[in-house]
Ligand binder design. Structure first.
Ligand code: PGD
Ligand code: PGD
Ligand code: 6MO
Length: 825
């Protein structure tokens, strides 16, 4: 196998005239050696992978000098240029650090938390303190007082997946509060199981070849896949871009019509040169109801499909016709006043979708808003009315912009990972599961409420949650001072916490607001193994250590081995195995699982080659089985059918998520919505084109390619800029009643009046720790709103936020976000 594979790679290397799909985004795949580790005159080349792409790195003089895309990645991203800057960032956490005031002055008082004054301690001192704090909290309070349940975009690699290491080790010491759901798809993954029977957001969707040969219309609803498939949850190889290229050709030839329903001209729209339907932000449900109204009134809906595959259309219809609930008929004219889409255009779109094969593809941003459950539910209703669910190139999907979804899947098994939990039969040192009446698990985005309002009872997904009185936080593999909303509210909450421990390699704002910071190394300083292609399971990649851990950093595995040693659980934690023994075992288990269908070489061969490819996948059509026979292949909903009306949700009796999808006004909204007279601009905090959240923001040189006067860009329409006397390149202040931030104006025709954008993940750099202090770099979460989507999902509502913007006047403060802590000794 390996010989033929090598030949194949050599062939690629000599004919590497790969297609390039946009000079600003993609760099040409590199000619490179074909072995995982190759010695050349100017250094050693090693194979590895990352969220940003699989690559080869040249190491010379003990330093990573160069990164080139791996040959299998034909559409590498520009972000590969930022990787070196992560390793050698001036913002690296170099040593174990402890907050000065916490250590020396008033321990457990958070008054000055965030002042960034730290002192260096030894590893032993830091780990002793960490251990003592775990002991104290379990002894004085109980498991409810410890929150170690947060997760996030840990770097790639199945063995070193760092949150698993933290949770296994801390879990061997004692129990802790944990979370359900995530920030990405909280509202969607909660409502869709009631409607379509699975989360859908983390499900395989119809393969692109099927779509390209069957769809006549593709509706990208709040979806920018060309931007967002640049990064993946596992080692990314950008297989989807081949299909985007084909789609672009078909759009140019008029064979497929693509419509982007988005207030902004997205990167995908610009790339495909496709149509756009502009919709006022946060108003899509009104628009969708009007589409449903047209489909019904013009008899364009599929009655037979509804009868055979769906339940509850009759319960929903009176609402559309104005005969129930608010008694307003959801005509296109009614919707126009809310969503800004002309009534005739709504009718045209409805007719177009009903005319021929139509695939609706949702992005996720639209459900990270107040009542974010509604657009997804309503999207499923429209798709059911169109009657194409289960057909190739028809129906609705919620994941086509994510991690290899849509690339024909091979069905091969990927390697397993390091266990997150304690092993069966093992007990934690503090074997106490008494949560004192508090809930053990809370909806992910409500952890700050728990600190601020302990004991509060909230409604959640048909049950009640009692928020635990959090005293201590342990953070690894996520960055809450990026991912959570409303920084000033966070500051208030963090003043109440007793102890915050963060394990990190980058001195993020989360480190700044911690008490103990332990320096982890990056993924480039350890050996690992990963699946590549994610949902397509295209193959397995070796992740070779490029350089030894820098400064005093250690792998998370080593850090938690040493912590576990302090309560005599070292052996249980490691199972007596080293890093490479684990990597070998994960490979061996995977080889065994794939034995019948995907023969894999011995480990040594794999490690030397750097890659195992599983070959091309097979086409997949979402919900085809259900369409073929809904009795034999029912959906996972209570009835087994598509639930346009959910009795279960209806019975919960919630105000903002009732028995069928509905339009609800938002707490704040631009374009004539609530409070828009005071703050007229909608701030969207979409996912960055040149980062993964906050990761790579620390890559100084790469950051300098997009910043404006050293600040995060805020994109604004020419009209809004002109009205405020703002020019491209100006320093501006973005503000509302919750906070204020500095950013650099980028005036762009892609934005309509009333809409501005700052990409999420811009590092928070407050002028000081005081509540209200200006953020000097441009983190949008300085001004976002921290409320739950509804009683159903309680998910983040990051996109329900309005602001004002002005040219910055006065003395310009320096950017405080980068470069690490203030050393006191
Ligand atoms: P990252 O920046 O990826 O963000 O939030 P998340 O917290 O996942 O943070 C990962 C952190 O883990 C980084 O600081 C990185 O250095 C660290 N890390 C990575 N690998 C390792 C490792 O191996 N060891 C250790 N010790 N540390 C490591 C993402 C979240 O943000 C998500 S998924 C979404 S969808 C949300 N999106 C938005 C949004 O659209 N708008 C706003 N306003 N806010 C959002 N927040 C959410
Ligand atoms: P966004 O870019 O935030 O992406 O994927 P998600 O789909 O959430 O938003 C997509 C589009 O939605 C934008 O064009 C925006 O204008 C539009 N939109 C927002 N609100 C509305 C609305 O109310 N109505 C309509 N019609 N459109 C709206 C995020 C996904 O991306 C996630 S969760 C993660 S964790 C990954 N993160 C990254 C990343 O950080 N960087 C990159 N490059 N890629 C990623 N991919 C993943
Ligand atoms: Mo996400």
């Amino acid at each position: 196998m390996s010989l033929s594979r090598r030949k194949f790679l050599k062939g690629l290397a000599t004919t590497s005239a790969v297609s390039v799909i946009g000079p600003s985004l993609l760099v040409q795949a590199a000619n490179a050696a074909t072995e995982a580790t190759t010695n050349t005159a100017d250094g050693i080349w090693k194979v590895s992978g990352s969220h940003w792409g699989a690559f080869r790195a040249r190491i010379y003089n003990g330093k990573v000098q160069e990164i080139k895309a791996l040959e299998i990645d034909k559409y590498p991203t520009d972000m590969l240029k930022g990787i070196k800057g992560i390793i050698y960032s001036p913002s690296r956490v170099r040593y174990p650090m402890v907050r000065l005031d916490w250590l020396k002055k008033h321990k457990y008082s958070g008054e000055t938390r965030g002042n960034n004054r730290f002192i260096r301690v030894t590893w032993d001192e830091a780990l002793d303190l960490f251990y003592q704090e775990l002991e104290r909290v379990q002894k004085d309070y109980g498991p409810w007082a410890l929150h170690a349940g947060m997760t996030g975009w840990r770097q790639t690699g199945q063995f070193h997946s760092c949150t698993s290491h933290m949770q296994r080790a801390v879990g061997m010491h004692g129990n802790f509060m944990t979370k359900v759901g995530d920030y990405s798809t909280g509202a969607g993954q909660t409502v869709l199981p009631y409607v379509l029977g699975s989360t859908e957001v983390y499900a395989q969707a119809t393969s692109w070849p099927e779509i390209l040969s069957n769809s006549k219309t593709i509706v990208l609803w709040a979806n920018d896949p060309f931007k967002n498939t640049q990064v993946g949850w596992q080692a990314e190889t950008h297989g989807s871009y081949e299909y985007y290229e084909q789609l672009k050709e078909k759009v140019a030839k008029g064979e497929i019509k693509v419509i982007s329903i988005d207030p902004v001209k997205s990167k995908t729209q610009n790339y495909l040169n496709c149509d756009q339907v502009y919709v006022n932000p946060q108003t899509d449900v009104a628009f969708m109801l009007a589409i449903a109204h047209t489909l019904y009134k013009e008899d364009l809906y599929d009655k037979k499909f509804l009868e055979t595959y769906a339940l509850g259309f009759d319960d929903f219809l009176p609402y559309v016709l104005g005969k129930a609930k608010d008694n307003i008929e959801k005509t296109p004219e009614w919707a126009e006043k809310i969503c800004g889409v002309k009534a005739d255009q709504t009718r045209e779109l409805a007719r177009l979708m009903a005319k021929d094969r139509t695939q609706i593809m949702f992005g996720w941003s639209i459900q990270r808003q107040q009542h974010g459950e509604q657009p997804y539910w309503m999207g499923a209703v429209i798709a059911a009315m169109l009657g194409q669910i289960g057909l190739p190139g028809g129906g609705v999907s919620y994941s086509h912009h994510y991690s290899g979804v849509g690339i024909p899947p091979t069905g091969a098994a990927g390697p397993g990972g390091f266990p997150r939990n304690v092993d069966e039969g093992q007990k934690p040192k503090w074997d106490n599961d008494d949560f004192n009446g508090y809930s053990k698990t809370i909806p992910v985005a409500r952890w700050l409420d728990a600190i601020l309002e302990p004991g509060k009872e909230i409604k959640y997904n048909g049950s009640k949650v009692i928020l635990p009185d959090t005293k201590m936080l342990v953070v690894s593999g996520c960055n809450p001072w990026h991912h959570h909303q409303d920084r000033n509210r966070m500051k208030k909450a963090f003043q109440k916490l007793q102890t915050v421990v963060t394990i990190e390699f980058a001195w993020t704002a989360t480190c700044r607001f911690s008490d103990i910071v332990l320096p982890a190394c990056t993924q480039f300083e350890r050996n690992d193994i990963d699946l590549y292609g994610a949902y397509s399971a295209s193959g397995i990649l070796a992740m070779h250590k490029l350089v030894d851990p820098l400064y005093q950093s250690k792998t998370d595995f080593d850090i938690f081995t040493e912590l576990a040693q302090r309560f005599d659980r070292q052996k249980e934690y490691t199972r007596g195995m080293s890093e490479m023994e684990w990597v070998r075992m994960l490979y061996a288990d995977c080889k065994k699982a794939n034995k019948a269908n995907f023969p894999m070489p011995e480990f040594e061969q794999f490690w030397a080659d750097g890659i195992v490819e599983f070959g091309p996948g097979k086409p997949f059509i979402q919900h085809a089985g259900f369409r073929e026979d809904p009795e034999i292949n029912p959906l996972g909903t209570p009835s087994g059918f598509i639930e346009i009306f959910s009795r279960k949700i209806d019975r919960y009796g919630y105000e903002h998520c009732q028995g069928h999808p509905m339009w609800f006004e938002k707490s704040e909204r631009s374009h004539g919505g609530p409070h828009s007279d005071k703050f007229p601009l909608w701030l969207q905090s979409c996912h960055p084109d040149q980062r993964l959240h906050s990761q790579m923001c620390e890559s100084d040189e790469y950051r300098a390619t997009y910043t404006v006067q050293g600040r995060e860009p805020v994109y604004i329409s020419p009209e809004d800029a002109k009205a405020r006397g703002i020019k491209d390149g100006d320093l501006v202040r973005v503000f509302n009643d919750r906070g204020q931030l500095l950013a650099g104006a980028k005036v762009s025709d892609n934005y309509p009046i009333g809409v501005i954008r700052i990409h999420e993940g811009a590092w928070y750099g407050p002028l000081n720790e005081k509540i209200g202090a200006i953020d000097t770099y441009g983190d949008p979460n300085t001004v976002t709103q921290d409320i739950g989507s509804s009683e159903l999902a309680q998910a983040t509502s990051a996109n329900t936020v309005i602001v004002e913007i002005e040219k910055f006047k006065g003395e310009v403060p320096p950017v405080t976000a980068f470069g690490g802590p203030i050393f006191e000794s």
